[in-house]
Design a protein around this ligand. Sequence first.
Ligand code: IMP
Length: 198
Amino acid sequence: MDLLLATGNKDKVKEIAAKLAGLPYRVRTLDEFPGAPEVVEDCDTLEGNAVKKAIEISQFTGLLSLADDTGLIVPAINGEPGVYSSRYAGEDVSYADNVNKLKDRMKGVPDGERGAYFECVIAVAYPDGVVGTASGRVDGVILREPRGEGGFGYDPLFYHEESGATFAELSIAAKNKISHRALALDEAKKVLAGLAHA
Ligand code: IMP
């Protein structure tokens, strides 16, 4: 059975595909569907956007599709960047631009108030509707300077205390044991296992 990863983000694809290894699915990616629509992420919740992406891409490809929507939530700055995490510094910006904006916004925030969390919602859908959603959350601290070369997005600023490292200092395998996306995928895998055996 085919399962399409409904994301153009190659960094997400790497993490998700590694995590799904072992399930009885042939994992497909959007590279195989050059005309696939750019889904407009205009919902004000992660779940809304994840469901929208999974359904629209499933309708285009006809395949069971899995989408991820993720936000970094920093309570000290009113929950920013939140649902706007991908375009925090503007449209078509780099990961570094977003990291720099967050670093600047957090300049005056004292140690002890720099807690943050990543939240990830995964949606799995067929063309006629969603078959399941799952979410995962991981807590950490926003550093004053980026650290590490791995991961992507805000990972270099996100220090995970239990690991003693930023997410950018962890291997994919290590991040995939503890991350927001890993936790959501662990739940989503139960839905996928059920569908595969239906
Ligand atoms: P979206 O889920 O595609 O809307 O992505 C939101 C943005 O959050 C991405 O552009 C990244 O900057 C960031 N992001 C998503 N997942 C992660 C992650 O696992 N680590 C760090 N940043 C992430």
